[in-house]
Design a protein around this ligand. Structure first.
Ligand code: C2E
Ligand code: MG
Ligand code: MG
Ligand code: MG
Length: 291
């Protein structure tokens, strides 16, 4: 990063005077060392199939166990990693750790599809599809067991290039998912062209659906839209039994949220999975929300 800045002339001198970017440089070097020092942690959050109550997939969510700052949540370093280009190394780390986890799970007779979040920079990297394939190959993970989540805004940054990368990933057999659906700026015209398999309804709608009729209608329409386009649909932010029942009644395919399970260290999920039993909630009448 410093070398890159130096190439761009006097920039580096100007910014060195600025305490903010001095801090940025030290954060970047700490982040670089975080991989070598094994301070990154792979957390996983289960996704439940509403029809069967079973868990067939989980999302990888990275954390940084900083020696002084403690467990740092992704929103405090992912945007920075994205700005500095470090995200490519970080994504590679998450993919490889996920593949290692999937291998451990298979050894215990558990078959899990893992979703990994990609960011804008990843999508602009022409080498990404080959890199992912190589990392998964090392751990014997089939591409169909790997899902990649992309937000609408990451796609809309450079739609042409993003589409090329996504098409390549799709041809290679990876599953693709649109994350935080409903909060970005993509149009339905793009959605139609993207080779995706899944929509994830943003948690803001799901968490509000029990008390706000408009949110409930957005959730209902998104499920219908996804199914009409032949896509499966996942609800994020399932925090209550009632949300689970409503989503199941609306035909939503999968759910993810604190009611089912919080993101936990990968090893912990291995112990959790065999003990998971879907709660017996009974049915929910849609009239309680859509009266
Ligand atoms: P996301 O991909 O939309 O992930 C879902 C976020 O919602 C996670 O936050 C998760 O912990 C949280 N969540 C799950 N269930 C519930 C719930 O029931 N209630 C509430 N209130 N929240 C819930 P987290 O782990 O803090 O991650 C935040 C974001 O950071 C992710 O949003 C994703 O955009 C990004 N991120 C995390 N890991 C990675 C990564 O490895 N690579 C990249 N590029 N981004 C990542
Ligand atoms: Mg995600
Ligand atoms: Mg999401
Ligand atoms: Mg979200």
């Amino acid at each position: 990063y410093a070398a890159k800045r130096r190439q761009s002339g006097s920039m580096v001198y100007e910014s060195a005077l600025d305490a903010g970017s001095q801090e940025a440089l030290s954060l970047l070097s700490e982040l670089r060392r975080a991989i070598e020092r094994q301070e990154l942690r792979l957390f996983l959050q289960p996704k439940v199939d509403f029809k069967t109550g079973q868990v067939h997939s989980a999302e990888a969510l990275v954390r940084w166990e900083h020696p002084e700052r403690g467990l740092v949540p992704p929103m405090q370093f992912i945007p920075f990693a994205e700005q500095t280009g470090f995200i490519r190394q970080l994504t590679a780390w998450v993919i490889e750790e996920s593949a290692r986890f999937a291998q451990q799970a298979r050894a215990r007779g558990l078959s899990l599809r893992i979703s990994v979040n990609l960011s804008t920079r990843d999508l602009l990297d022409q080498e990404l599809p080959a890199k992912i394939a190589a990392l998964l190959g090392r751990h014997g993970t089939d591409p169909s067991m790997q899902c990649l989540e992309i937000t609408e805004s990451a796609i809309m940054d450079d739609p042409q290039r993003a589409l090329q990368t996504l098409e390549r990933l799709s041809e290679m057999g990876f599953k693709l998912s649109i994350d935080d659906f409903g909060t970005g700026y993509s149009s339905l015209a793009y959605l139609k062209r993207l080779p995706v398999n899944e929509l994830k309804i943003d948690r803001s709608f799901v968490m509000a659906m029990e008390r706000d009729l408009d949110d409930a209608k957005i959730v209902r329409s998104t499920i219908e839209l996804a199914h009409n386009l032949g896509l499966s649909v996942v609800a994020e932010g399932v925090e209550t039994g009632k949300a689970w029942k409503l989503l199941a009644a609306l035909g939503c395919d999968e759910g993810q949220g604190y009611f089912i399970g919080r993101p936990v260290p990968a090893a912990q999920l291995l112990d959790w999975l065999p003990r998971w039993k879907a709660p017996d909630l009974g049915d929910e009448s849609l009239d309680t929300v859509f009266a």
